[in-house]
Design a protein around this ligand. Structure first.
Ligand SMILES: Cc1ncc(COP(=O)(O)O)c(C=O)c1O
Length: 390
């Protein structure tokens, strides 16, 4: 019995499996039947509804959060000779987007309690070349936006929030993505609202939002997508060398209905989060810190810390053992300075970012999709117990 996995192989619990309902399927089919697959009216609707959900002045849909970050920086003139400060505990996309503007990324270590960028380390990293701070609301927990905004104002820096984990996040009553100049969101398949691949930029400034829209579609003049619509022939002009970063209507078809369930899904993830907290508290692992007062956590990732000394098993042994129980898990993230490209190019060393490095070596993300039934969550708990208790 003991050798039988918690779940059979044919019921492998896929990490981050999306919850897709009939409404999304019908909307996608509607797009396919209409023949309008590319950027069109559904993208415009999704932008409007996202803008409304966030209470933002301007929103531009793109095909990834990476594109959103890249264009937010380009549109506001970040480039060669500039520095942008970000966290070492993030997905490579946050750093790569900075590199692709021509600017230099600078890392500021995280606070070990929140796992978010530490404002004190940001302050130390500011130089005359610093142009922007790019905070990541890791796992859905808001960064210390008060301190970061004060630093930004004092040093005349832009703030570009990486909200890939943080659609529902709030800090002292204010919503993520609205603190600085731009907020960038991801609708990748494991995220809290999914379109398969997809992203959104919220921009404070209307002119910069308009520029992002142009840059996202080859640099063609405004509303170039309408050139194939029935509203008559429209000539477009290329006004800059842009990118192919536009969102498709098929993607927006998913996003529109996902967004309508965003709060319901948040509640479900919060329930699972509490279930894990209660059931795992006696085990020799670190559990995520609760949300701070006057903040809203988006509950995107439930991360536990596994360290050989405390847990009796290394993190990587834990990963293998839990997969053998047919429970899929994730690692968010091996810290940025662990990767050879960044070591070679920037000379970054893991030991210079001790908090992010330790977290990156110990962290394991357990499944937290709203699609999980209570019995699935219980399987995860049982799998963790078996792996730790033998
Ligand atoms: C923190 C963070 N930033 C950026 C991204 C990039 O998002 P996308 O895949 O939509 O480009 C991700 C994706 O996983 C992420 O987790």
């Amino acid at each position: 019995m003991k050798d039988t996995p918690v779940r059979p192989q044919d019921r492998f619990l896929v990490f981050g499996a999306p919850q897709i309902e009939q409404a999304e399927i019908d909307e996608v089919v509607d797009s396919i039947r209409s023949g309008w697959l590319g950027t069109g009216p559904k993208v415009a609707r999704f932008e409007e509804e996202f803008k409304h959900y966030k209470g933002a002045p301007n929103a531009v849909a793109v095909n990834s959060c990476t594109a959103a970050l890249h264009l937010a920086m380009l549109a506001s003139g970040v480039g060669q000779g500039d520095e942008v400060i970000t966290t070492p505990l993030t997905f490579c996309a946050s750093v790569n987007a900075i590199i692709h503007t021509g600017a230099t990324p600078v890392l500021a270590d995280v606070d070990p309690r929140t796992m978010n960028i530490d404002p004190a380390r940001v302050q130390e990293a500011i130089t005359p070349r610093t142009k922007a701070i790019l905070p990541v609301h890791f796992a859905g927990r808001p960064c210390e936006m008060d301190a970061l905004c004060t630093l930004a104002t004092k040093n005349e820096l832009m703030i570009i929030e990486d909200c890939a984990h943080a659609i529902e996040t709030e800090y002292q009553g204010r919503k993520s993505g609205l603190f600085g100049d731009f907020g960038c969101f991801s609708f990748y398949v494991t995220k809290n609202v999914i379109t398969g691949e997809g992203g959104m930029v919220l921009a404070r400034d209307e002119a910069l939002a308009a520029r992002i829209k142009v840059l996202a579609l080859h640099g063609m003049s405004k509303d170039a997508w309408k050139r194939f619509s029935d509203s008559g022939w429209v000539h477009y002009q290329v006004v800059e060398a842009g990118f192919k970063y536009n969102m498709m209507d098929i993607q927006a078809a998913l996003g529109i209905h996902q967004l309508r369930r965003v709060e319901k899904n948040w509640q479900r993830r919060e329930e699972i989060w509490r279930r894990y907290n209660e059931a795992l508290q006696d085990l020799p692992i670190g559990l995520p810190t609760d949300a701070d007062e006057d903040t809203r956590h988006a509950y995107h990732l439930y991360t536990v810390m596994v360290a050989k000394g405390r847990s009796g098993i290394s993190r990587d042994e834990f990963l293998s053992a839990i997969q053998e129980q047919n429970v899929g898990v994730g690692v968010h993230y091996l810290s940025i300075p662990e990767h050879p490209y960044y070591q070679e190019r920037f000379g970054w060393k893991p030991e210079d970012y001790p908090n992010a490095t330790r977290i990156g070596r110990e962290t394991v993300s357990l499944p937290l999709s709203p699609r999980l039934a209570d019995s699935d969550a219980d399987d995860v708990i049982e799998a963790v117990r078996r792996v730790l208790q033998g």
